[in-house]
Design a binder for this molecule. Sequence first.
Ligand SMILES: Cc1cc2nc3c(=O)[nH]c(=O)nc-3n(C[C@H](O)[C@H](O)[C@H](O)COP(=O)(O)O)c2cc1C
Length: 425
Amino acid sequence: MFWYHEETKHSYDSVHRNPGQLDWEMQPIPYKIYPAGNYVKKVFNGDNIEENFLYHIGGLTAKKSYPGVEYFLRINPSAGALYPNELYFQVRSVEGVADGIYHYETHSSSMVLLQEITEKTGLEPYFGFGTAMKGYLFLVSALYYRSAWKYRDRAFRYCLLDAGHLLGSIEASALLKPHAVQMVYALEREKLNRMFGFEAREWFVSGALVAVPMADREVEPIEFELPYVDGTRIFRRYPMIEKVYRETEALHGCKRAFLPPKFSYTEERLRETIIARRSQRGFGGEAITKGQFNYIMEAISQPILSDCDEDVSVYVVINRVLDMPLGLYRDDTYLKYGDYSQQAGYLCLGQYSLAAQAAVTFFLTSKADNYQPLYQKAGVIGHRLYIASGYLGIGCSGIGAYYDDEVNIFLENDEMVLYALAIGK
Ligand SMILES: Cc1cc2nc3c(=O)[nH]c(=O)nc-3n(C[C@H](O)[C@H](O)[C@H](O)COP(=O)(O)O)c2cc1C
């Protein structure tokens, strides 16, 4: 098993020995803001189709207030609501949006022009394209300290899962256009990280393409140097995370996935689902129907267009689905029968109100090689699970905390356990 995954496993002992006090002095901020005055900022306007598309990827949708504290939740979920990812994008030849390279400024719900492009230059070559691409090229980064502040070395896993959710969010919003989205992992990361001025505190982990090639329009790689802009307020290095990023940025033996996914939905209801999405804080132990289960399985099993498609296994614990026997299920087959709801709750660090009270609990695992793409794929699948469940009025929650080895024993496999999720009512 990959050393980083092995070293960041939770076990009953590690969790109870190390309850993890948070140092509030060291709390990072979850926003990156390019200094006003130096950059042109355009606040998203809901009447503009393109800006509406962008808003539906990562906009703010809820405010939480506690005495002395106020924070915002977003269209995309994030482990611990720490939001370690930032989004950047190039726009070319899209009606209603000026060409350029932008930062997605979540805090003010706007796009900030970082760099102009020309007919002959752009980011395309860093994505592996020699021709101009009409549409959007997205880049997802991770500012790992935002998550490591709480989750320490395990945070790199959450940076990747959250990045996968952001890719899934791009996919969901693009369904409103409608347009297919291709995930891109083979990026010239080192060069891009340098040009964007990240200074080893932020790194690109993936890209996504909502674009089509423009025939006979060759482009050269654009060159620029952006200044470093602080996106955390405070920072501490995590050498293990630095090491795992460096070791996993080069990809090996990637398979391309060419088949586009097919989803069944109406645009208006999908739009409402995207805006209303939240993580369920506990389930009431109600069952879902087999029809609902099948719809959700169909959505999460659709192919994901990607330049590095790694195999991720989806294990399903059926706790409460009408007309379905209880048990552990994978690929339309029961691996074992029985009521495993309490066990699922225990395995997810005792989060019984989620994993035991859920109608269905999921465990995603993989034994593939390319750690960044395979982990982000688990996040994309997780995002589809949120959206497909929400579309049917069923709740969902990601669960990043579980006892890794004990999950393996339960599943009777020895793959890396990437993510757990629960759905229900
Ligand atoms: C990768 C990931 C792991 C998560 N793990 C847990 C978890 O273990 N327990 C939990 O209650 N919520 C978990 N959540 C839900 C987050 O707490 C939630 O997304 C965040 O607070 C933002 O709220 P929202 O999803 O309602 O917008 C997880 C979410 C993600 C994306």
